[in-house]
Design a protein around this ligand. Structure first.
Ligand SMILES: [Zn+2]
Length: 331
């Protein structure tokens, strides 16, 4: 099966009240861990590369790693550019065989964002590739994207209809309180539950509902949606790591979002934490090891465990691969 666009994935996700996981990939072990979990659970998956990942690994390596995953696993996979900063980067990915690109014009004015997004959409659609755009700005740091809390702002529901119709984009990333990175909230922004665990402020589901009303059935994307699973943070800290106050989005809120028009949930920090946990745990137990396979394999195992957990508990996409494959030829 070839790489597919996200169109059939989002249609089934919207109808079925689930979301597709979009996982960031940088190397072979990450691709293998994610796709092994998705294949076991018969789930579609989006593998995405940031501009930073393309710089690190070289875009051609990433494309071929993802193609290898398709040969090994019989599941629908889309290859997506995460946070394309300009037309040239989007074009380069489209020419490289990506099936979906994000153009992130969220830091431009509304009019400039429309004009620049439209340029990418025209090129992408002419090459059978879909485009994710962004309105509103998330706080936090992820690779080359760095937005301070003061500059972050929620998506304005009154803008989405005009933006979507003028740009022709295929999905829309919105800001409703998620943020990039593993330190999404300061402890003082949170309350403590009965177990003493920090609970961050709730996502703005009211803003999401307003947006859904303006653009019914349009696929919505949540960035910065790692939950920063305490298990992996604890393993890292117990094995000579130092991640104080790492706080993510509670999974019950993400599950609630997945049941709505949110069709794509981005997960990067959780992958980084899982892999680091596996490697740190291994090195602490086996300081004498120096074969990269010895320590990368446990990192890959934790990635697989994490992705399986996300598919079952957060995304709800388990078992949906056949229905999506059946629909692919229509799009
Ligand atoms: Zn993002």
């Amino acid at each position: 099966m070839p790489l597919i666009k996200t169109t059939a994935m989002f249609k089934k996700a919207y109808e079925g009240g689930f979301a597709i996981g979009a996982f960031n990939v940088n190397n072979m072990e990450i691709v293998q861990g994610i796709t092994a979990a998705a294949a076991e659970l018969n789930s579609p998956v989006i593998l995405q590369c940031s501009a930073g990942a393309r710089k690190y690994a070289n875009s051609r390596y990433l494309v071929h790693l993802v193609r290898a995953a398709l040969e090994v696993n019989d599941i629908p996979i889309a290859l997506h550019l995460d946070h394309g900063p300009d037309f040239a980067t989007c074009k380069s990915c489209i020419d490289d065989g990506f099936t979906s690109v994000m153009f992130d014009g969220s830091h431009y004015s509304f009019e400039e964002n429309i004009a620049k997004t439209k340029e990418v959409v025209e090129y992408a659609h002419a090459h059978n590739v879909v485009v994710e755009a962004e309105l509103g700005q998330l706080a936090g740091v992820e690779d080359d994207v760095n937005v301070s809390a003061e500059n972050a702002h929620y998506t304005k529901p009154e803008e989405v209809e005009e933006f979507v119709s003028k740009t022709g984009c295929d999905s829309l990333a919105i800001a409703i309180g998620t943020s990039h990175g593993a330190f999404k909230f300061k402890p003082e922004q949170c309350t403590r539950n009965a177990d003493g665990v920090l609970v961050p402020p709730e996502l703005r589901f009211d803003v999401l509902a307003e947006i859904e009303k303006k653009i019914p059935e349009f696929p919505i994307v949540l960035h910065g949606a790692s939950s920063v699973i305490p298990k992996y943070v604890k393993i890292i800290n117990d094995n000579d790591g130092k991640l104080d106050d790492a706080i993510g989005i509670p999974e019950d809120q993400l599950r609630k979002a997945a049941k709505s028009a949110v069709c794509k949930i981005n997960i990067d920090s959780d992958l980084r934490l899982a892999m680091t946990a596996g490697i740190r745990e291994h090195f602490k137990a086996h300081p004498e090891h120096f074969d990269p396979r010895q320590y990368l394999a446990p990192g890959r195992d934790y990635i697989k465990e994490l992705v399986a957990h996300k598919i079952k508990t957060v995304l709800g996409s388990e078992g949906s691969a056949p229905a999506i494959m059946a629909l692919v030829n229509e799009y």
